[in-house]
Design a protein around this ligand. Structure first.
Ligand SMILES: CC(C)(COP(=O)(O)OP(=O)(O)OC[C@H]1O[C@@H](n2cnc3c(N)ncnc32)[C@H](O)[C@@H]1OP(=O)(O)O)[C@@H](O)C(=O)NCCC(=O)NCCS
Length: 148
């Protein structure tokens, strides 16, 4: 298993990035300014894209594992890798997600805690309703890890 940073042709990863953020125009807002990491275990399993939002704040903008490989630990492995890397780069690592219990618990297990929310982010920024596990996502929930 190896994680590589993808420098060129990032748009080739659009199919898997769309699992983590289902509107292409939103992905293009961070794709080229962010750092894209790809986890390979023989073939591609998981991607993560992280941005530098300010001198001290970085943010995971996208995390996705191909559906048929979910539940095998690749997501946790990727987030652990990002946390280890970014603790030397920033003071706060943020991740924004919809109000979905499964996803929020996943990040809490990875060491994140609640930070803040942006009301109606999905309603105001996406051109269609985002449904996750049968529920419409409205607010963006931010979780964080503060590095000492
Ligand atoms: C969230 C996600 C990246 C986890 O990746 P993964 O490789 O399955 O992660 P792991 O195998 O390490 O961990 C699986 C855990 O994720 C949880 N999970 C969160 N969202 C999930 C989803 N949509 N589908 C399946 N499992 C999900 C599972 O409940 C499981 O929890 P557990 O550890 O208590 O059993 C993956 O499920 C995914 O790509 N989901 C769709 C995109 C998404 O929601 N991205 C996060 C928002 S940016």
């Amino acid at each position: 298993m190896e994680i590589k940073e993808i420098i060129h042709n990032k748009e080739k990863y659009m199919d898997i990035l769309l699992l983590g953020d289902e509107q292409e125009s939103m992905i293009y807002k961070y794709l080229f300014r962010g750092h894209l990491y790809a986890l390979y275990d023989d073939d591609l399993k998981t991607v993560c894209l992280a941005t530098n939002e300010s001198g001290t704040i970085c943010e995971i903008k996208n995390l996705a594992t191909y559906e048929k490989y979910q539940g095998n630990g690749y997501g946790h492995y990727m987030v652990k890798y990002i946390v280890e890397k970014y603790k030397n780069i920033c003071k706060t690592l943020l991740v924004g997600t919809g109000e979905d219990e499964k996803t929020i618990n996943f990040y809490k297990k990875c060491g994140f805690e609640y930070s803040h929310k942006i009301k109606d982010f999905f309603v105001n920024n996406y051109d269609h309703k985002i449904i996750e596990n049968g529920n419409e996502l409205k607010d963006m929930i931010y979780l964080k890890i503060e590095f000492d």
